[in-house]
Design a binder for this molecule. Structure first.
Ligand SMILES: *Cc1c(COP(=O)(O)O)cnc(C)c1O
Length: 400
């Protein structure tokens, strides 16, 4: 069996995708020309086959190559591409859900995923129950209803970084109701450090906007499915017109070639900064999955093969607005921005009450300001100096 470092280099580079070059060709098209009625009829019959041209919306050679790479990377049987990670999540949900169904979702899920269920699916008579990300066994089993159709997981969770006991959760669900479909947002591990389908998850979702594209210059979403969900996922996503342009698909393929070495460096830099923060007197707790202080750390040790560069930490103090400005406004390297997974370091702050409306009661156990950082590929000592200066200036009075 090929190691995945090698798969990242070789996948999607068959001669039928590259035409003899090193990289897959960028094929931009809407129309595909058929030479005869017979050929057109054959194409209609084959339109769901992953690498047969039919019409631009169903993919071109560039897309076929990327899908093949994602299938190999995440050990699936099929992959659908979407214009962004959010589209991958919402359209995968829509591919399986019916009015009257029920969804179970981790309370640590990405906020737009939660809002989609709360504000969009609710209108279609689809209810969602949120649960503590650390739930296992009976507590989860008790939440499963006769109409539960989907369980949506994310590990580690957005912002608070709880690592879930995925094998136990999957086992509990399968035992209680085997037709439930289990989705997992696998963006944090980039499909490298956590093998979702091998752990029994049906569909692994990623915002390829993050590590796969890796340079903060494009957006794409991926859903890699196992055999039992593949036909329905592909057919329904095509019905909803989901696709991405060839140029962006190419950027994702290109990103895959260096994904592993980039991630290893994000990991090394991230750990360096996390360990430094853990001993800083202003810091209450570091939520980095590889540190024992992170909830679900034991599952991380058991199930993951590494960590990426995104984590959060909680300050002892709850910063007021001028303290927040003192801290965040003057970094040399950390930029204030959404998204992550590029080569650069980013920072965001959250007060606990900002998370409250989207989190189930009892799952937030802190009072200090939460800081989320993405550790980029700068030298970690420069990042530590930057953070150190930031923490030191929190209480400096501004001259007016
Ligand atoms: C960013 C992100 C998404 C959404 O991806 P977009 O490409 O920005 O739509 C989904 N899940 C997680 C965990 C993310 O961080």
């Amino acid at each position: 069996m090929k190691k995945f470092e090698t798969k990242l280099i070789t996948s999607g580079r068959d001669i039928k995708y590259t035409y003899g070059a090193i990289n897959p060709i960028i094929q931009r098209t809407s129309s595909v020309v058929f030479n005869s009625i017979t050929q057109q009829q054959q194409a209609i019959k084959n339109h769901n086959i992953t690498d047969k041209l039919f019409y631009g919306r169903y993919g071109t050679i560039t897309h076929f190559s990327l899908r093949q790479s994602m299938i190999e990377l995440e050990n699936g049987v099929g992959c659908v591409l979407y214009p962004c990670g959010t589209a991958a999540i919402t359209h995968t949900i829509l591919s399986f859900i019916r009015p009257g169904d029920h969804i179970l979702m981790t309370g640590s899920a990405y906020e737009p995923t939660q809002k989609f269920c709360r504000y969009f699916l609710k209108k279609m008579n689809i209810d969602t129950t949120w649960f503590d990300p650390l739930i296992i066994g009976h507590d989860l089993s008790n939440l499963i209803q006769h109409n539960t159709r989907l369980v949506i997981l994310e590990s580690p969770g957005s912002i608070t970084m709880e690592v879930q006991n995925i094998p136990d959760i999957v086992k509990t669900i399968r035992k209680k109701k085997s037709d439930i479909i289990v989705l997992l947002d696998n963006t944090w591990s980039a499909g490298i450090f956590f093998k979702a389908l091998d752990m029994g998850v049906d569909i692994s979702l990623q915002s390829g906007t993050k590590y796969i594209i890796g340079h903060s210059d494009g957006m794409i979403g991926t859903a890699v499915s196992n055999a039992r969900c593949w036909d329905q996922l592909q057919e329904q996503s095509f019905l909803m017109g989901q696709m991405v342009d060839s140029d962006t698909a190419y950027m994702a393929s290109r990103g895959l070639r260096t994904l592993y070495i980039r991630l290893k460096q994000h990991e090394e830099n991230g750990l360096h900064v996390a360990h430094w923060l853990a001993q800083h007197p202003a810091v209450e707790r570091v939520n980095h999955p590889a540190l024992a202080s992170c909830k679900g750390h034991e599952y991380f040790i058991r199930d993951f093969s590494g960590s990426s560069g995104l984590f959060s930490f909680i300050l002892k103090q709850r910063l007021n607005n001028w303290q927040l400005s003192n801290f965040v406004d003057h970094f040399r390297y950390f930029k204030i921005a959404y998204s992550w997974g590029g080569f650069e370091s980013l920072i965001l702050v959250n007060q606990v009450e900002e998370l409250h409306p989207i989190r189930p009661a009892g799952t937030l156990d802190f009072k200090g300001t939460l800081v989320r950082v993405h550790i980029g590929l700068e030298h970690p000592n420069d990042l530590i100096n930057d953070l150190s200066d930031g923490l030191n200036r929190i209480n400096i009075q501004q001259s007016i």
